[in-house]
Design a protein around this ligand. Structure first.
Ligand code: 7RM
Length: 509
């Protein structure tokens, strides 16, 4: 999260070289897989990076990823000096950024590109462990991130705009780099993360730079709530004009806190629903123009046609749950899964069968649309559990659990079962005023039976203080499935926000 990250992305775009940004927290193996899949020629990294109170050995990870010529397409490594840690520089392969820059010409004409030429690949995790390389193109992506940033945030070129996402995430691409910069706005990029040693750091940044537009994730908002109102209250936040949120459905309590404590009840909140695959906002309010409802992303952006349908592609009635689809193409839509067109078709275009030759883009989320045409996103639907041949959506069981007053959050996964094929395993966090007990477990199982039916009765419920999540607030179900099956966690856990959560989940409380 240093300016050179954005500079490198834009430099690639200028010379017509597709880029693929890899989150700094990924393991050497995860980096290697991506380098190999993308057939990358050049790696740009730093001698190290700072995250929370630790320095991360970024270059060491790159060296490990490239060891034994495991990613043979890579010819050179460019290293930004950031921490001044002592690192190995491989002669002939590795070069210092500042040394090459000193001799480079200031004149670098932009390479003319076709609108459909690849601008970047961004890897996103799929339900099978192999990451998908989402391909975006030059014309459509730039047009759409420009328009959505401008309209949704009411962005002016005099604005100081701050999105707290990591550049390794699509939000960082579209709404730290491409969207705000193509509008001439000033974009803030912040390397820090709030932690107990600096709980007011975000509010300091807003005060110091006079931030007008602030865009963050519900998981961050919930962290701020826990840290306490005294931190924002001690800063001058009067420069703020518009607030935004992204990454997961925002719970009404977090929405109200954001509105009152940060926005002082005068800043509209834009709850933006979109994906790595969509490139830009799909369902979102337009700041100050769209009346908002806490917890709803409101309506599709102008030009976007979205719907809620059943598995046959038939539209759902008002307030009836279903699958969220986009029915017409849009400028920044995913063009392919890099090197795997078959997977592209299967994942996004065949889940809901095409009707009369017309394909629907299936987003993988469940949703309902209310009588005002407002969309309420209900989360991912790809997790289906098959109990004795009955297919049950985990989302439905989770909704049933959360509708019980004692439950704060729930994550449901399947556990292999000799008899039934799969059994339902539920991880549950409780509201502050509820205490875990066996009686409560029975009550919750009974509650699910009452809501859905006997087939959905969880075989096991485990209480937890927290669920394993990524930094953008997404529950890591793969880890929960492994835990539920009693196996040891293997594979990549580097996107996990807080590792101690896993240890706590291993033992029953
Ligand atoms: C931008 C981003 C995409 C998934 C998406 C949803 C969830 C994102 C919202 C949301 C409810 C929102 N890209 N999601 N935004 N759910 N309300 N405003 O997050 O590719 O990393 O994730 O995130 O499930 O499908 S992503």
């Amino acid at each position: 999260m240093i300016p050179e990250a954005a500079i490198a992305m834009l430099a690639c775009a200028r010379i017509g070289a597709p880029h693929s940004v890899v989150f700094g927290g990924f393991s050497a193996e995860a980096l290697r897989d991506r380098l190999v899949d993308a057939e990358a020629k050049l790696v740009i990294t730093a001698d190290g990076g700072f995250r929370k109170d630790k320095a991360i050995a970024l270059k060491e990870q790159v060296d490990r990823a490239l060891a034994d010529r495991a990613a043979p397409s890579v010819k050179n490594v460019l290293v930004v000096q950031r921490t001044k840690a002592s690192i190995h520089m491989e002669p002939g392969r590795d070069h210092w950024w500042h040394e090459l820059q000193a001799t480079a010409s200031a004149d670098c004409p932009a390479e003319p590109m076709d609108s459909e030429d690849m601008l970047f690949i961004l890897y996103t995790s799929g339900s099978t462990g192999k990451p998908k390389g989402v391909v975006h193109t030059t014309g459509g992506y730039n047009l759409y991130t420009h328009m959505t940033a401008k309209w949704t945030f009411d962005l002016k070129d005099t604005d100081v705009y701050w999105c707290t996402a990591d550049v390794g995430w699509i939000t960082g691409h579209s709404y730290i780099v491409y969207g705000p910069l193509s509008n001439g706005a000033t974009t803030v990029m912040y390397e820090g993360v709030p932690r107990p040693s600096n709980p007011g750091c975000f509010w300091d940044v807003i005060e110091k730079y006079g931030v007008n537009i602030f865009y963050t994730a519900p998981t961050a908002i919930r962290t701020f709530i826990k840290m306490g109102d005294q931190h924002p209250n001690a800063r001058n936040l009067s420069s703020l004009r518009i607030l935004g949120t992204v990454g997961e459905p925002i719970n009404p309590e977090a929405w109200m806190w954001y509105h009152q404590v940060i926005g002082k009840e005068r800043c509209p909140i834009v709850d933006t629903w979109w994906q790595t695959e969509t490139g830009g906002f799909m369902i979102t309010p337009i700041a100050s123009a769209t009346p908002t409802k806490p917890g709803s992303a409101s309506r599709p952006f102008p030009g976007i046609l979205a719907d809620v349908v059943d598995l046959d592609g038939n539209p759902a009635a008002d307030n009836e749950g279903g699958y969220l689809v986009v029915t017409h193409p849009w400028p920044s839509m995913i063009r392919n899964v890099y090197g795997d067109t078959d997977r592209f078709r299967k994942t996004y275009w065949e889940h809901i069968p095409p009707k009369d030759g017309k394909y629907l883009y299936f987003a993988g989320d469940g949703a309902r649309r209310d009588e005002d045409g407002y969309f309420w996103i209900m989360g991912r639907v790809d997790d289906v559990i098959s109990v004795s041949g009955h297919r049950l959506g985990t989302m439905e069981i989770e909704s049933a659990l959360v509708s019980h007053p004692a439950v704060a959050e729930a994550a449901v996964v399947g556990r292999p079962d000799d008899l039934k094929g799969e059994d339902i395993f539920a991880f549950v966090t409780l509201e502050g005023n509820s205490t875990p007990s066996d009686a409560l477990k029975d009550e919750l199982k009974q509650h699910v039976v009452g809501e859905i039916g006997a087939i959905a009765r969880p075989g096991e419920i485990r209480f937890a203080d927290a669920l394993p999540k990524t930094r953008s607030g997404k529950i890591m179900r793969r880890l929960l499935r492994t835990l539920a099956s009693g196996a040891e966690i293997s594979g990549d856990t580097s996107t996990l926000e807080d590792r101690s959560v896993l240890d706590a989940l291993r033992s029953d409380s």
